[in-house]
Structure formats: structure tokens, C-alpha cells
Design a protein around this ligand. Structure first.
Ligand SMILES: [Mn+2]
Length: 448
């Protein structure tokens, strides 16, 4: 029985047509997203093609809009494979008149156009939830298997993509689970329950932001005190030491007032990659940092050499910047109002990440967190909440759009994660209004 046999027929057929299509070409252009899932899905396709002597070139985008489509249109290659992108541009891609393969997991448009030169493979089209149970790296891995069953070792790259898209959070299921279970069965991946990845324990505490251990993360003195008498290396299979580290983390989180529900989510299964000698979560973080910092070539070097060293510097400095901001917030940097909490930070693009962790790990999970950053000509805002706050009737995007006009702001997003841009000098009034509006919505929602 072939590995792909257990997958939906429509997906299998698509993958086989995709493999046939690319085999007609000597050179293939790759386009992908710039995060962990984008980089891993692209790397899997790249390796699978190169193993068959097909040359590739690649470009990574932060997003796919008309601007990036112009670049796609200008590529001289007759064949292209798009990973982690493309679902929203199928009509335009088909209109290029080239041989295209789109391997994606983003939500389908209301009408998927008829296509003759584009092969489109997306788990949503067979009812598999692409946000939770199959990321682009999963689809790319299945494509590699359609090319050649000997590509199974690439499952180790795929799992780094799944973790990068947080699809491990609720436990792997459906397509992801089929891939991971088989990878464990064949010995490519070793599973172990542990909060700390296999490797240096002090490295984990220096850099952990999920969970963020207030008073411990990044604090070298506190770390060496907490780890007194321990070996600094967690080996695969040492469940005794893993349990002791778990006790330290859980004790820290309870001491900081973190909810038991949140604590239960930080207890996790670790996946150790045999060929790489590292934890899949750490590989994912390193690739993500390289990709987001425009260093895809380093990410590909990490993957190709099966060694983190080329990318570890980028990851460490990126992460250190975030950890330093958290540490600043520990000393009274988070301001709590009646209905919201807020802080002002200074690294672009990190507000959402920090806001989410503040909500989980700083002891107050009942008030949404607003993160502001002063960019000079404008102020950007990331606004984050959780299910508990949503259950109080507070939808962040609606709250923001309700008050934006009064401040000349421009906001949007989703119920639990939204954001916007403010005019300089309006932050104080905006915060006051935001706090009042969240209070108003909560009062309306409360049963009389
Ligand atoms: Mn993705």
C-alpha cells in the first residue's frame, strides 16, 4: 500500500497531476510565504524537485497582493510552484497561461475558478480544516510523496512547519496526525512529553516566551539558581529530568497567577528530529526568525545541512530583542485599566506576539491587551484577547471600528486579534475611549 492511499482521492489525484506537471520542466520557479510554514513547505518542494534533477529558483513574500502578483507575472520560468500562498489569486494565476501548482491551506474563496493549467491542492476542498489539521508544509510533504516515496525523510521538515503554524496546539489530527504518526513509527521523529526541548535547559529558560516565565525567562541569575544541582542537558528519554523542569515552570506560572487552563496548555509533547539532532519546535523557531528577517537563504542552509548553526545567530538576536521587551514590561510596563490592559513597546511587528503572551502569562487574562508602538509619523496598535473575553461579548475588531472615526484611526482584523494605525498625539484619548467602549459592550452583553 502506498503512503498516500489513506488520503482523500481528490487530494491524491491533485498531487499526482502536480507531480506530472512539474516533471515536464527542467526549471521551476518557487514562490512562498516568509514564515516557518512558508519556508518549510518551499524547502520540501525544492528538495523533492532537485532530487529529480529539476532546477529551482525561489522568492519569498510577506503577503500576496497585486504588487507580488506583478513579480509572479514577470518570472521567466514556464512552470511555478506556489506554497502557503495563492488560494486567493487562483483566477490571476490561471490567467498567466503557465504551468502552475498551488499547494496551500488558506480558506477557499466563495467560488474556486475553473482551471486547466493550474493544479490546486488545498485540504479545505475535501473538508479538512487547513487552520488546524493540515498546513502548507503538510501539503508540500504529500506532494513530495507523490513525486517519490523515498522522500519520506522530509517529514522532519514538515513537522517544523506544522509547529510554526501552531497546529500542534490541540494535538495533531487528521492529515497532520497521519504524517506525524507514520514519522514516529518509522523512527524519523522521537516523541517525548516535556515542556523543555531536548537540549540545553538553560537555553530554554533564557529564551522561552511560550510559556513566558515572569521572573525567570531571560534572567540568568534566577535561572542558574533554579537549575542548581541539575545537569544542563535534557537527553531524549530522560523523563525524570523533564518532570523536574516541568515542576519549575508550573511552579513559576502558578506563582504568577496564570490560569490552570493556560498551564495545562504549556504541558506538551516534544518532537525530536533524528536527522537534525534538534527539537522540531526549535528548528521551527530558527527557520521562522530567518524567514521573517529576510534571510531565507540561511533557513535553507539550516535545512540542507541539517544543522541549526547557520541560523542560530539570527534567531538568538531576534528572540533576545523580544525577551528584553518582556523583561521591561515586568517592571510595571503593563498598565491595567478598568476594562483593558495596555503597554507601549518599540520593536515593530512584535506587538501581537508580546500582547498574546502578556494576556496568558502576566496574571490577568480577563482584559484584552493593547500594544502600541510609536513609529514617528504614526502609531501602530495590536489588540489581543482570548475566548474568555470573547464570551463576554467583546469582539476586538468591532470595538475598534466603533471608535476609530472619533480619533481618525484606521483599524480592522478579527474578534480575538485585531489592530490598526493611529494619528500621532491621539494615543491617550484613544486608550481612554477604548477602555470605555470595551466596558460598554460588556455591560450590554451581561444578562439583566
Ligand atoms: Mn501557513
Amino acid at each position: 500500500m502506498a503512503f498516500l492511499d489513506v488520503f482523500d482521492k481528490e487530494i491524491r489525484d491533485g498531487l499526482c497531476r502536480a507531480a506530472e506537471l512539474v516533471r515536464r520542466h527542467r526549471r521551476v520557479q518557487l514562490f512562498s510565504h516568509y514564515d516557518a510554514d512558508g519556508v518549510t513547505s518551499m524547502a520540501i518542494v525544492k528538495i523533492a524537485l532537485e532530487r529529480e534533477g529539476i532546477e529551482t529558483d525561489y522568492v519569498n513574500f510577506t503577503t500576496l497582493t497585486d504588487t507580488q502578483m506583478d513579480i509572479v507575472r514577470d518570472t521567466p520560468f514556464e512552470c511555478m510552484v506556489m506554497t502557503d500562498l495563492g488560494t486567493s489569486y487562483l483566477g490571476e494565476i490561471e490567467a498567466l497561461g503557465r504551468d502552475c501548482v498551488v499547494l496551500d491551506h488558506h480558506a477557499l474563496p466563495p467560488d474556486v475558478p475553473a482551471m486547466s493549467r493550474t493544479v490546486f491542492v488545498n485540504p479545505w476542498s475535501v473538508g479538512v480544516n487547513g487552520s488546524e489539521h493540515s498546513c502548507a508544509a503538510t501539503v508540500a510533504f504529500l506532494f513530495a510523496m507523490a513525486m517519490d516515496e523515498d522522500n519520506f525523510d522530509l517529514c522532519q521538515i514538515a513537522i517544523a512547519g506544522m509547529i510554526g503554524d501552531y497546529q500542534h496546539r490541540t494535538g495533531f489530527d487528521q492529515y497532520n496526525r497521519i504524517v506525524v504518526d507514520e514519522a514516529v513509527r518509522r523512527g524519523h521523529i522521537l516523541k517525548m512529553d516535556s515542556i523543555c526541548p531536548i537540549g540545553r535547559i538553560s537555553d530554554f529558560f533564557r529564551m522561552t516566551i511560550d510559556p513566558y516565565c515572569k521572573g525567570l525567562t531571560g534572567n540568568l541569575e534566577a535561572i542558574s539558581k533554579a537549575l542548581e544541582g541539575f545537569s544542563d542537558t535534557l537527553e531524549y528519554g530522560d523523563t525524570d529530568l523533564a518532570g523536574k523542569i516541568e515542576d519549575i515552570v508550573v511552579g513559576n506560572l502558578r506563582g504568577n497567577g496564570v490560569s490552570e487552563e493556560e498551564i495545562s496548555k504549556v504541558l506538551r509533547t516534544r518532537y525530536y528530529l533524528r536527522d537534525y539532532g534538534v527539537d522540531a519546535g526549535r528548528l521551527s523557531e530558527v527557520l521562522d526568525a530567518c524567514g521573517r528577517n529576510g534571510k531565507t537563504s540561511l533557513a535553507l542552509e539550516v535545512i540542507g545541512r541539517k544543522d541549526l548553526s547557520p541560523g542560530i545567530g539570527v534567531f538568538e538576536s531576534f528572540r533576545r530583542g523580544i525577551v528584553e521587551q518582556f523583561m521591561e514590561l515586568e517592571d510595571g510596563g503593563v498598565h491595567e485599566l478598568e476594562n483593558i490592559q495596555y503597554f507601549v513597546h518599540h520593536t515593530p511587528a512584535s506587538g501581537g506576539i508580546i500582547g498574546t503572551s502578556v494576556l496568558k502569562f502576566f496574571g490577568c487574562d480577563s482584559k484584552p491587551v493593547a500594544a502600541f508602538i510609536d513609529m514617528g509619523d504614526r502609531i501602530t496598535l495590536s489588540f489581543r484577547s482570548n475566548q474568555r473575553i470573547l464570551d463576554m461579548g467583546v469582539e476586538l475588531n468591532r470595538v475598534l471600528t466603533a471608535i476609530q472615526d472619533r480619533h481618525g484611526a484606521s483599524c480592522g482584523g478579527h474578534p480575538k486579534a485585531s489592530g490598526g494605525t493611529l494619528v500621532p498625539g491621539t494615543m491617550e484619548a484613544f486608550i481612554e475611549d477604548l477602555d470605555a467602549e470595551v466596558g460598554r459592550v460588556k455591560a450590554l452583553h451581561r444578562p439583566a
